[in-house]
Design a protein around this ligand. Structure first.
Ligand SMILES: Nc1ncnc2c1ncn2[C@@H]1O[C@H](COP(=O)(O)OP(=O)(O)OP(=O)(O)O)[C@@H](O)[C@H]1O
Length: 845
């Protein structure tokens, strides 16, 4: 048992400007101290407004420049090492909204280097398995989201999520031993890193899709990614099961209001009401039980966020006092144990029968007879002189074995005895024979192996051809053409990935994957074969716009196209696309090089073998290598090294491209979600416009700066709310939405505002919100720019004010007097309507 308190770390989120409100110090005992300086005027409303310095001790504090790699090395690795050994582990991030919890646990959405703890953990555990050939491992994964005390399965294979409520609800169950079980949470086997990453990507995509403006999933929900490990020594019945929870908690400003967290942070409370919250029930072991737990407090050190960062650090200090007792979770596997016991019982029965003289007289079964045959064959083939034919104490079997042996002996062809040789020649020949025999035996073995490999390959190919499948990419064997071709074809097909395309085909052969067994297949549903599941996962990765946006009207589709064009993350998306292209090109080149290297290896091998055969034929049996042989051997070794290096790079390129593809998929989802929000905002604004105030309703969206739109009608025909307002309908001629052209209006009046300009403007202001980076929510006073309740968009009040003060309409100065301005607007509208009418009647004004 390992007794340990929860280890606490802190991470400071990078800020653009220097804030001067905190300091870090390394202490003599190896820990770090984080100090916040809070000027008195800022401390108003803070817990203690007299205090200016707040000091907190952590295992280590990671400053703004720290890399994801540093966090992984220092925080995650020690926990994972123990999980692989058989201890439970938990790593959770706690901090206010926007402080970097998701960035730390899952990673950033832009670059491969921004990979967070989860993807790095997945790579690391599979690397560790390779280093422990004496053990067999199995890995299963689950991904749970808890929102409003309800659990949702992010990896559910049966539902396509478009909102959180679409996912199956996970229920908490407690057994008699007070162990918590999660009903309806699917657990998926991951045979290799790629499988595991796919599960992570699937869960993340579901998490994003399910995030609606109303639930702000990432801010208010907790996400728990759990890796379930099982391992045992080869041939042993003792298994170790452990779990690693990687937890992204909801924003601290929200969770701190829940009872459990309050109880945890109050020193005087000895009883923690874990059952009051789903999150703490699931993580009960992590907070004071059988687990090694580590917390990362994420701190935002911009001045307005200091209060919350101080609270976060206070909470961390309290958490650091929680003691855990981690146990090695070792047990006998009941299945293996039963098998072992059965064998023992059979043996004991036979011994008993021998001892008591009681023998069975019934006939041996077919199975028993064939086992006797096998035992005799094995006995004959065993070259060990001490080999024993052990068939138990059953006389029927013993007699059968004797009979089989006799039959075999009698059926052997009689060999003529070799002619007698003179004694000295016999001695000389025997030495020569020994050498030659050894050589021939070795050659024979080699050829046998080669034939076996070839036969197996042929069988596989034949089977594949019969199933109509493409040849398997085999990085391990150097057949990289298919793999790189697949990469490039995936590049071309990205965006509309083929449904059901089986990614596992591109998986490099992983010998360990064969050993890995699914422990929880049953939870996947009976009909889920691994291939079906993979293709379903694959399908899940590709998010269709329909899934998020539903069926779109033609007008909305056009608006979407324009929104896409002006989207603020375009540059980043393009950057990732470029990188992906480069990586594919690199992979293709590398694939070709690996194949060349493979040819070099084969050539060098053949040359070396030929040379050795030649030498042997010339009677040179010396064991030492001559210069030529040594050169050939060096060339072969060099080619092998180079081949391995390139192969390793190819493998890592594969993981990188998977990540980039995932980032692009995320961007796609984000784009669609942002459009949905923007569109909803346009709709809600148009519905919120007071009907008696035409000025405001006309100018809720400003014209684009520098555009000629000032001479245009103020009302935006492309606006979805346009036709809904009776005031507007009365003031302007009815305009129709049309699918043709780039505008939404039928007529070509110069007073018509194109949707393009409308969209550019409101999209720009939307983009400004997105880029403002200010992590506080919009003040409630800016009602007209308030996003639909709960949306995470960070609107700045500056944007809102700039939009609400327009001074002219269609070139005419507004007065600020509502009545006068209403008249001006009515005039503009009337003029616009007249022009339009004139044009439609083909009359020049
Ligand atoms: N250490 C960091 N380096 C670079 N960018 C970061 C870092 N930490 C956070 N960010 C960025 O800050 C933004 C907010 O971070 P993140 O989403 O991780 O916050 P969070 O604490 O998970 O918020 P929420 O509670 O809303 O889920 C993201 O755009 C993220 O990429």
């Amino acid at each position: 048992m390992v007794k340990q308190t929860i280890q606490i770390f802190a991470r400071v989120k990078p800020t653009k400007a220097k804030t001067g409100v905190y300091d870090l110090e390394d202490r003599d005992d190896g820990s770090s101290q984080l100090t916040f300086f809070i000027p008195k005027e800022l401390a108003a409303g803070l817990v203690n407004n007299k205090k200016e310095n707040y000091k907190f001790k952590f295992e280590k504090v990671f400053d703004q420049k720290c890399k994801q790699e540093d966090i992984f090395e220092n925080v995650a690795k020690p926990v994972i090492d123990n999980v692989v050994k058989g201890y439970n582990g938990t790593i959770f991030a706690y901090g206010q909204t926007g402080s970097g919890k998701t960035f730390t646990i899952t990673g950033g959405a832009e670059k491969y280097s921004q990979r967070g703890i989860i993807p790095r953990t997945l790579s690391y555990i599979f690397e560790m398995y390779e280093k422990m050939p004496e053990r067999e491992f199995s890995t299963n994964i689950s991904y749970l989201e808890i929102y409003n005390e309800n659990g949702y399965d992010l990896l559910d294979p049966k539902h396509e999520a478009s909102k959180l409520e679409d996912l199956p609800k996970v229920a908490l169950m407690e057994d008699e031993g007070q162990n918590i079980h999660l009903k309806n949470l699917s657990i998926h086997p991951a045979g290799n890193e790629e499988d595991a990453l796919n599960l992570l990507f699937l869960g993340d995509t579901n998490r994003m899709i399910a995030e609606t403006p109303m639930n702000q999933a990432s801010t208010r929900s907790h996400c728990i990614f759990t890796i379930h490990l099982m391992s045992k020594e080869v041939g042993s019945a003792t298994v170790r099961r452990s779990k690693l929870h990687l937890v992204d908690l909801a924003g601290s400003e929200r969770v701190s209001k829940t009872g459990v967290i309050v109880a945890l942070s109050e020193k005087s409370r000895s009883h923690i009401p874990y059952r009051n919250s789903m999150m703490t029930s699931v993580l009960r072991d992590s907070l004071g039980g059988n687990c090694m737990t580590t917390m990362i407090a994420t701190c935002n050190v911009e001045k307005p966020n200091i209060d919350e960062s101080v609270s976060t650090c206070r909470f961390a200090q309290r958490v650091a006092m929680i003691k855990n007792d981690a146990l090695l979770n070792e047990e006998m596997d009941p299945r293996l144990l039963a098998e072992k016991l059965k064998k023992e019982v059979a043996l004991l029965k036979e011994e008993l029968a021998m001892a008591t003289g009681e023998q069975r007289s019934d006939d041996l079964t077919e199975n028993e007879i064939s086992r006797c045959n096998e035992a005799v064959d094995a006995y004959i083939e065993d070259k060990d002189g001490q080999a024993v034919l052990n068939i138990g104490g059953d006389m029927r079997k013993i007699q059968l074995c004797y009979s089989i042996l006799k039959t075999k002996l009698l059926s052997r062809p009689k060999e003529a005895p070799p002619p007698a040789k003179p004694p000295e020649e016999e001695e000389e020949m025997s030495h020569y024979d020994k050498m030659e025999l050894k050589k021939l035996q070795h050659l024979l073995l080699q050829r046998d192996n080669e034939i076996n490999i070839l036969v197996n390959m042929l069988k596989k190919e034949k089977k594949r051809a019969a199933e109509g499948r493409p040849s398997k990419s085999d990085l391990g064997n150097g057949h990289v053409t298919t793999s790189s071709a697949k990469l490039s074809s995936r590049d071309q097909n990205r965006g509309e990935r083929h449904k059901g395309q089986d990614r596992s085909v591109a998986t490099p052969p992983d010998s360990r994957a064969h050993r890995v067994q699914s422990r929880d297949q049953s939870s996947l549903g009976e009909s889920d074969s691994p291939n079906q599941l993979t293709s379903r996962r694959q399908k899940h990765h590709t998010v269709t716009s329909k899934q998020i946006l539903g069926d779109m009207s033609v007008g909305r589709q056009q608006a979407f196209e324009i929104f896409k064009r002006d989207y603020h993350e375009n540059q980043q998306i393009e950057g990732n696309k470029n990188q992906l292209r480069q990586k594919y090109a690199e992979a293709k080149k590398l694939g070709e090089l690996v194949n060349k290297e493979r040819d070099v290896i084969n050539k060098s091998k053949t040359q070396l073998e030929h040379y050795r055969v030649q030498k042997a034929m010339q009677g040179d049996t010396s064991q030492t290598m001559d210069d030529t042989e040594s050169d050939l051997k060096d060339a072969l070794d060099q080619a092998k090294r180079s081949y391995k290096e390139k192969l390793a790079r190819l493998k890592s390129l594969k993981t990188e491209t998977e990540h980039l593809q995932h980032y692009l998929e995320r961007s796609k989802v984000k784009l669609m979600k942002d459009f949905e929000f923007w569109w909803a905002e346009q709709m809600s604004q148009s519905e919120q416009q007071p009907l008696h105030d035409p000025i405001k309703s006309a100018w809720r969206t400003p014209p684009p700066s520098g555009s000629s739109s000032t001479s245009h009608s103020a009302i935006q025909p492309g606006d979805p709310g346009y036709r809904r307002s009776p005031v507007r309908a009365a003031q302007v001629p009815p305009l129709e939405l049309t699918a043709s052209g780039s505008t939404f209006v039928k007529s070509s009046s110069t007073d018509q505002m194109s949707l393009n300009s409308l969209s550019s403007t409101s999209i720009n202001s939307f983009n400004n919100y997105q880029n403002s980076g200010y992590s506080q929510l919009t003040p409630a006073s800016h009602v007209s720019h308030q996003p639909p309740a709960g949306h995470k968009s960070h609107h700045s009040s500056k944007d809102a004010t700039s939009e609400s003060h327009q001074t002219s309409v269609a070139g005419i100065q507004l007065t600020g007097d509502a009545e006068v301005d209403a008249n001006i607007l009515a005039f503009v509208k009337a003029r616009s309507a007249a022009k339009q009418l004139a044009q439609s009647k083909n009359i020049t004004s």
